[in-house]
Design a protein around this ligand. Structure first.
Ligand SMILES: Cc1ncc(COP(=O)(O)O)c(C=O)c1O
Length: 390
């Protein structure tokens, strides 16, 4: 059997129509398959590869760390400098209330840890979450996910979760004295890129303050410069009590984190001790890769160029089949007439060397979330292919 057949037979499948490209290398904004085809990557591993594929500084840092050590001990017991240094660098680049990092393996575990932290720190149980939100696929994260089609088959879920629309008054009004946390994506991604109003976010913040509720903001997909600022919450003048990170956090390696104040995070040390534990969370190689990627992001002009790249995409994306383009920086959704139109366009794009995808809760939208390092020429090339395929 060839590798693709083995993949279909022995690797657990999550759909009956996987994209199924057999990628053998990746560099910059391109993926290369086993048949020698190149694909311009418009999704960067779903907002992971913000500084592009195969960055040399990241690869060098990983090689050096692998030579020193890989796994040593479960989370939190021994001093591992890659964790310490990355936690310090992250918190140096965050508001003062976000000064303590709990590293996990993934985004969904960051969500789980944050919910536990909010319950433990407030002594309350209820959660207010958004319709059309995505925070991960484990049971706690699934309980706060905002779409019945995706969660219904796995009931019973966590009780005490109330869903309301993003940007709605009902969401603000639902936050009360029993609410441990309100959880939102700063930019809602899987709904097909929904941007919050600053006024709504500020009202959510105020209501959380009034009721002693912790505000969790999920920047797993929209953080790390994707929206044109390092953190998406910077656009709105609102700071969360707990920030969720993942995806680009690991520079291409698996890593997630929830970040809060030292005093809040300290609740995990007692009653019970080891209040949240993980074997591999904050793996030294992942932290090394993530920190190297974060340094590249901070030192090079990458974030400052995002707004101009967004503008170029928007100027070029003109076609009668496009119903709307929604975006915040390089997180964009191109809305077409239907899911079928999206799927057939994506198929044609793939044949012409352009790699993209749809959104979980907006299958009638094409995802544009390339590495932030995409060049002007690559944007022009990508849009030209896309328009032809439309
Ligand atoms: C906004 C958001 N939160 C959480 C997650 C879950 O992250 P992971 O897939 O690493 O568990 C995702 C993943 O797509 C996401 O987009």
């Amino acid at each position: 059997m060839d590798t693709r057949s083995l993949f279909l037979r022995h690797v657990a499948q999550t759909s009956d129509a996987p994209i199924g490209l057999h990628i053998i290398s990746a560099d910059g904004c391109y993926l290369y398959d086993a048949d020698g085809n190149a694909y311009l990557d418009l999704i960067g591993g779903i907002s992971v590869c913000n500084i592009g594929h195969g960055n040399k500084a990241v690869k060098d840092a990983v090689h050096q760390q692998v030579e020193k050590y890989m796994h040593i001990m479960v989370y939190g017991e021994v001093v591992q400098s890659p964790q310490v240094q990355y936690a310090k660098l992250l918190t140096d680049n965050l508001p003062s209330g976000l000064d303590c990092v709990y590293f996990t393996n993934s985004g969904t575990e960051a969500t789980e840890g944050a919910i536990k932290l909010a319950r433990r720190a407030t002594g309350k149980t209820d959660i207010v979450a958004c319709n059309n939100s995505y925070h991960g696929a484990t049971l706690g994260a699934l309980s706060v996910m905002g779409d019945e089609y995706w969660r219904n088959a796995f009931r019973p879920l966590m009780p005490g979760v109330w869903h309301h629309n993003y940007n709605s008054d009902a969401f603000v009004d639902a936050i009360n004295e029993n609410t441990a946390c309100a959880i939102i994506e700063t930019i809602q991604a899987e709904s097909g890129v929904t941007v919050p109003s600053a006024d709504w976010l500020q009202r959510v913040r105020t209501r959380c303050n009034e009721t002693g509720t912790m505000l969790i903001m999920d920047e797993i997909q929209c953080g790390f410069g994707r929206t044109g600022k390092l953190w998406a919450f910077e656009h709105y003048g609102v700071v969360p009590d707990i920030l969720l990170l993942g995806k680009a956090l690991g520079g291409g390696m698996p890593l997630g984190a929830f970040i809060a104040s030292y005093s809040k995070m300290n609740v995990f040390t007692h009653q019970p001790v080891l209040g949240h534990i993980t074997t591999f969370g904050g793996h030294p190689v992942s932290c090394t890769a993530g920190m190297a990627a974060f340094q590249v992001l901070l030192q090079e002009n990458i974030i400052r160029e995002v707004a101009a790249k967004e503008k170029l995409f928007r100027e070029l994306l003109v076609h009668p089949a496009i119903k709307s383009v929604r975006s915040k920086g390089l997180l964009m959704a191109i809305e077409l007439e239907s899911r079928d139109a999206v799927l057939s366009t994506l198929q044609r794009c793939l044949q012409k060397g352009l790699f993209s995808d749809w959104f979980l809760f907006a299958a009638n939208c094409i995802r544009i979330a390339p590495p932030l390092t995409i060049t002007e020429d690559e944007i022009k090339k990508a849009v030209a292919i896309l328009l032809k395929c439309l």
